[in-house]
Write a protein that binds this ligand. Structure first.
Ligand SMILES: C[S@@+](CC[C@H](N)C(=O)[O-])C[C@H]1O[C@@H](n2cnc3c(N)ncnc32)[C@H](O)[C@@H]1O
Length: 291
């Protein structure tokens, strides 16, 4: 005899624990999301606050930009610039680093700055307007130095930012390599060089290209730039010109980066290869050839 299946009816109050569980999970997630949001907002607030605080300090100390504190902190840590030194300041606008450099070198030193943008005068510094990669600007820098070698090069150079991060970062790195190639021959044996770098592809390769020119190459994030996670300073000390490789910094850097991204495998002008492949042309109904 066929027995009808027993359908177990779920009593309505048996669903309550499931409902409570779902509700609790939802509440917990909402609470977690709110805490994460609060945390991120607090982090952002701390960053802005720090930036504002450096800006206020710069204003109070008579510096034109908060960036002045970055050079001050690099100096505090590495003692790069000394009294009487000759310093080249690359990418000097609006003049914060030039102000600090003038203080450090004193009466007997010399500070020559260069930037694409004209800079209001800084007492004790010679500030030129021009592109550091332009031979005419380079000529003017040499004229200002009057044949004297440099003790230190400080470069805070950063090209115009387009917002396309990969491209901006790669342009910035090549520019830094060019600055090294122009300025290294002007640097005294034992001299120092600090430059800003933007984190990303090629940083290790640039450091490797620069390393033979100095006996010490270090990365450093001054407190005043910690809120900008993308920037870091390279501090190179004790120039060793006798160890300089034959190839330029840019050549060595680009070769290494090409290897890294597989660029060397691409043939520039591949030879045409003879092929036995022939295109068959099929006649269509209307008599035209179809490819
Ligand atoms: C972050 S700012 C420098 C701030 C400066 N250290 C200070 O404390 O006032 C970077 C500068 O690099 C300059 N720059 C970018 N490309 C350059 C180039 N090819 N030649 C010279 N200056 C350049 C920009 O015009 C910009 O003013």
């Amino acid at each position: 005899m066929h027995t009808p299946p027993v359908v177990a009816a779920t009593p309505p109050n048996a669903l309550i624990p499931c409902f409570v569980l779902v509700l609790r999970k939802g509440l917990m997630r909402a609470r977690l999301e709110r805490r994460l949001e609060d945390f991120l907002m607090a982090d952002h607030w701390v960053e802005n606050h720090k930036r504002d605080s450096w800006r206020k300090q710069a204003k109070a100390s008579g510096y034109r930009a908060r960036s002045a504190f970055k050079l001050k902190q690099i100096q505090q840590r590495f003692n790069l610039v000394r009294e009487g030194d000759f310093v080249l300041d690359v990418g000097c606008h609006p003049g914060g680093w030039a102000q600090v450099a003038v203080e450090l070198v004193g009466q007997d030193g010399k500070v020559v700055g260069v930037d694409l943008q004209p800079c209001a005068p800084v007492e004790g510094a010679i500030l030129l307007t021009g592109d550091i990669t332009d031979p005419l600007t380079q000529e003017r820098i040499l004229e200002e130095l009057g044949g004297d070698p440099l003790n230190v090069i400080v470069s805070d150079i950063s090209p115009h930012i387009t917002g396309k991060w990969d491209m901006d970062q790669s342009v910035a790195m090549t520019l830094v390599a060019d600055v090294f190639d122009f300025a290294l021959p002007l640097l005294k044996k034992g001299g120092g060089f600090t430059t800003k770098l933007f984190q990303g592809i090629g940083v290790e390769e640039l450091i490797a290209a620069v390393r033979p020119h100095f006996s010490s190459v270090r990365r450093y994030s001054p407190d005043a730039s910690r809120n900008s996670s993308s920037e870091v300073y390279l501090v190179c000390r004790h120039h060793t010109p006798w160890k300089a490789p034959k190839l330029s910094v840019r050549e060595r850097y680009e070769t290494a980066v090409n290897k890294l991204v597989g660029g060397e495998e691409i043939e520039e002008d591949p030879e045409p290869v003879a092929s036995s492949f022939r295109v068959r042309r099929k006649k269509t109904d209307d008599g035209l050839e179809e490819h």
